[in-house]
Design a protein around this ligand. Structure first.
Ligand code: FES
Length: 109
């Protein structure tokens, strides 16, 4: 379940539920899907679909903070969405913070 808090932050579940390698999709109030990813001991949030041809990234592989799309193997750094290797476009990412054990995703600003 998700809920808006403060200005522009979305509650996206318990922080402890996302270990390294875990993923979970959350739906923003405007209908966009965001993928939460546990990686390198942190939680990251990025667009749920690949910016290349919209393949779902829920089945992407992870190596540290590098996420690889399973369809054509474009890669990005989850820290800032920067493209790596053959990727030609950045991956939209969202700021994440933890408060009282919950994951908060910045969806505005
Ligand atoms: S659809 Fe993801 S790299 Fe092509």
């Amino acid at each position: 379940m998700t809920a808006l808090v403060d200005t522009g932050w979305l509650r996206a579940g318990a922080h402890g539920d996302l270990a390294d390698g875990d993923r979970r999709e959350v739906t923003l109030p405007d209908g966009r899907l965001v993928l939460l990813v546990g990686a390198a001991g942190r939680v990251f949030a990025c667009a749920a679909d690949c910016p290349h041809q919209d393949s779902p990234l829920c089945d992407a592989t992870l190596d540290g903070t590098v996420i690889t799309c399973p369809l054509h193997f474009w890669q990005w750094d989850l820290v800032d969405g920067s493209p790596l290797g053959i990727a030609e476009l950045p991956l939209p990412v969202f700021e994440v913070r933890e408060a009282d054990g919950e994951i908060l995703v910045r969806i505005e600003g």
